[in-house]
Every structure is written in C-alpha cells, then in structure tokens.
Write a protein that binds this ligand. Sequence first.
Ligand code: AGP
Length: 607
Amino acid sequence: MCGIVGILGREAVADQLVDALKRLEYRGYDSAGVATLEGGKLTRRRAEGKLKNLEKRLRDEPLAGTSGIGHTRWATHGRPTENNAHPHATEQVAVVHNGIIENYRELRAQLEKEGAKFVTQTDTEAVAHLVSREIKKGLSPADAVAATLPQLRGAFALAFLFAGKDDLLIGARKGSPLAIGYGDGEMYLGSDAIALAPFTDTISYLEDGDWVELNHKGAAVHDAGNRAVKRQVLKSSASSVLIDKGNHRHFMAKEIHEQPEVVGHTLAHYLDMANERIDLPKLPFDPANLKRISISACGTAYYAGLVAKYWFERYARLPVEIDVASEFRYREAPMNEGDLAIFVSQSGETADTLASLRYAKEQKQHVVSVVNVPTSTIARESDVVLPTLAGPEIGVASTKAFTCQLAVLACFAIAMGRARGVLSEKQEQELVHALIEVPRHMAQALTLEPQIEALARDLAKCKDVLYLGRGTSYPLALEGALKLKEISYIHAEGYAAGELKHGPIALIDETMPVIVIAPHDRVFEKTVSNMQEVAARGGRIILVTDAKGVAAAPVDSVLTLTLPDVPETITPLIYALPVQLIAYHTAVTIGTDVDQPRNLAKSVTVE
Ligand code: AGP
C-alpha cells in the first residue's frame, strides 16, 4: 500500500514529512517524494528506491516551506522511477494518492484533448490535471476538489497542496483510509495513526466519501454530498499505535474495512494495469507441461483454494485436486513428478499445511505458496512464493487475508491459462479489467453494513444456521459458516445448494435461517429452485444477491442483501464481505470476544 502524509506546520516541514514516511515503510514501497510551498510556489523532491535516497536528495537540494505533502509509492501504473514518484503536480496543485483510479485512461484522453501535457505513466497525474482545470475555471481549491472527486472511479485516498495557499491542505477518502491529526497550531493528514504518531495522538478518521479542508486552526470535513459533517476525535495511545484499530471496535472490523485497500494493493502487485494483463514473477516450470494441480490448506485458506479450483479448471483447463492439509499429509496421494502443488496460508506456519508441503516436495512437485508472511517457514520451503499484501492480520478470524488470497489465486489461474494457450489476450484483458474493479465494488458492498447489523440481531437468537451456494459461491457458503461458528459460537453449516434435497432439507423449519449466496450467474436459476424448496417448508431465507437476482428471484426472502452487479469471475471476492459482516455483527450482538474467540489460535503450529 502507498503511504500518504501532509503537514500544515509552523517551521520547515521537509524533514518532518520524511520522518512520517519512515513510519509508513512497513506498507512496502519503491519510490518516495515530498512537495512544499516555497514562496507560494510548489516545489518537489522525489527519488527512486528507499527513503535514504530522498534524504540525500534533500541534503543536496534542501526544501524550505512550512506546508507540505509526502508519499511512499508502491508502483501500480508506471514503473517505480523518479518521474513516476509522487507528488504529481501542475503549476496550481500537487497531489499524493493511495489506491487505483480505474478510469484514468478516459480522463487522461479527455484532458490531453483539452491540451493538458502529461509527463508520467501514472493514474495520479490525471487527478492533478483535473483539479487544475477546475481552478483555471475560477473555482476555489475546495470547490475544484469537490468538482473533481465525483469524476474518479476506484478506491483511493488523496492529499492536495495548492500554489500560494500555505494555510490549506485538502484530503479525500474513498476506499483507502486517511486520518486527520490535530496538533498545537499545526494540522496533519496521514494514511494511519502510525504516520502521525511523531506529531500527535489526537486523530480523526475520514469515512468513505469524505473530503476535508485543513488550515492551521482545524479541519472542516464534508461528506460525499459536500455536507459539513463531524468525525469522532480519538486518542491513539503510543503503545497500540503500531498495531492500530483505527476507529473500529475490533481488529476484525478494521480488517474487513481494509479490504478495498489491501486487495487493491495485492492486485497492483500482479497486474500490469496500463496494459490490463497479468504480470506474474517468472515460474521455474513451463505451465504447458503440467498435467494436474493439487491444492492443500486449512480453514479459511482451504476455502480460498476451493474457489481457485473452479478458476484453474475454467481458465487454465487443468484438473485440480484439493484437500484439507490434515488429510492430505497422511493420504500418501500418488503424484506425477513435475506437477504443481499450491499451498495457501495466511501465517505461513500452519503445521498441517507445512507437513503437506514437505510431502509434495518428496513427490517432486513444483511447490508454490500463497502466504501473507513472506519470511514464514512455508514461504522459505517453497519454490515460488506469491505473497498476499494484506498487511498484519490481527483478528483470529481471517478476513482480508482471505480476499487477498483470492486475488492472488485469480491472477495465477488467468496467467496459467494464457501461458497454456487456452486463454486469449482479449479474454485475459476482460478478466483483468474485472479484477481492477474489485476494490470499488468491495467499497460498495461495505455500505450494506447497517442492514447486516439489523439482521445480526435476529441471527444472534438462533441455534443453527445453514449457508447455501453453488459454483464459486459454494466455498463462500462454507467460509460463511466457519466465520459464524468461530466467532459467535452458533452452529452453522455450509452446503452445496444442490445437496439440500439429499438430506439437509430435513433440517428446514421456520426456526432455521438459510443464508443463500447467489449472484445472478450461470447457476442462479438452479439455486432459485433450492430456495423454493426451502420456502415451501417454511424456511427463513436470507438472500445475498445482486439487482438482477432480486428481479429474477420469485421467493419472498426474509431479507435480501443486494450487492453491485459484478462480472461472475470476481463474485467470490465481493460476496465474501457480507458473509464476513454477518458473522462479525452476530458475534458483537452476542458479546463474544470477536478478535480472540474461545479455544482458537491465530496460527495453528501444532498438529
Ligand atoms: C480462519 O478464520 C481461521 N482462523 C482458521 O481456519 C485459519 O484459516 C486456518 O487455521 C489456516 O491458517 P493459515 O491461513 O495461517 O494457514
């Protein structure tokens, strides 16, 4: 993830900006830069590589100015060069950005038609030109930003500095977090409390859609409708500031809400955004020679693998065998030398998964692991590591790691399809385009939270819950049941919807809520008939679908959660969010220890 910082100070800010950026290095980056106002003029210093290169640049060419913005960049659009490093600027405005502006190509084409001169390959530069265009029309900086934000599609956080305005910073948040810091006669912006810790422990977090005007005396926050709003002012204690809950009650809530940002960051690691293609690390084997893939993992990571089974079979045309690691490690499965074995693990330390990896290596498999900790044992013993970039996951119930695992596995399956010649370049571009839109759709899915909180108050009274799904929604049914079980202690089961009539339908009565995960995809009609079987027996249906599904579903569900219409490929990533929120709010209603549920450990390093 990129890191953002802004300071309205009383003395030269360049070194303070770099200090704040140092506290954001944990997010990963490949270039950095700062901009300040010297005599009212926007002046920048940027450098490729680590912050020490920027510090050297500042020693060689010091920057004056008491107002400034800074950025650590993880390259998404355009190579990690100095020229592509933020801040990006025109004569009127400098901007730093975290996230993805999906529609930047259309915006850039329109701006170039109007005479704008672009000098970088980044999506961010289009934002600078858009704001400039509004300022040149005579709008104030705040009105120029307010006019620009609705034109941007994607999930992002932004900070702006304006020529001649050394008592003004503007920040905006849509899908990627941004915090306001309150100082003594100084004001700050930062990606999180960690960046602001050297200056203040008094902070507010912007909500999605908010934008804020800062001056030395305070902050004026506006919501997406440009209405003045107040955001809670918190104290971030020094001890917790490194692992910071933000303005969430639990780490699990924060990690659910971080998904648009961290999934966007993970996708950016594997996608060549400009050309809409997958950009995987070089593989030490030729995918065309593979006969079979085996996947092994535990718990939520296993369900990510189960979704990937559908993707590898559909897009790479490879048969996939998948098993929970605790079974796989003892089965002595026969394996053809030179085939591919994939291991999925958030911690990279799960004993069963590690034992299965070692068995696969004895069977001379090519071993690829998808892990959230690149220094973990599983990573170290793999031939290839495909990291998820979810950042530290503190809640025992895995959420953001799961969707980042799905993002990596989707990219891997598509890349394998291309390498095996079974996916065309056009098909790859269509699939990649769908993936690029995931962060925005995730941010939209999170707006269902108030409805889900109300549903959770009912579910909290239940003793048993059934989850149904077909196709790639079937693993989501299993994951939903696991999430509910492990944090609310309510018994729940996930079933393939088509299996209902083979036994589980005996469970259905008016006391049994049935959560049906059914995007309007190729198997939707079949799932509708399963819902009718449930309704005919007085079952209470909670339907998780999209607008097309609502229009087509003939049953009266107790509650319908309507998600955005999205391409079938990405439904598992989007439908994971309501599934996670249902479990979270049910557990909060019951009052269990959401982040540290009874009997559970974050990483099961024993058999
Ligand atoms: C998921 O919410 C659980 N905490 C658990 O099932 C977990 O996914 C499993 O133990 C695997 O852990 P890993 O991803 O670190 O290997």
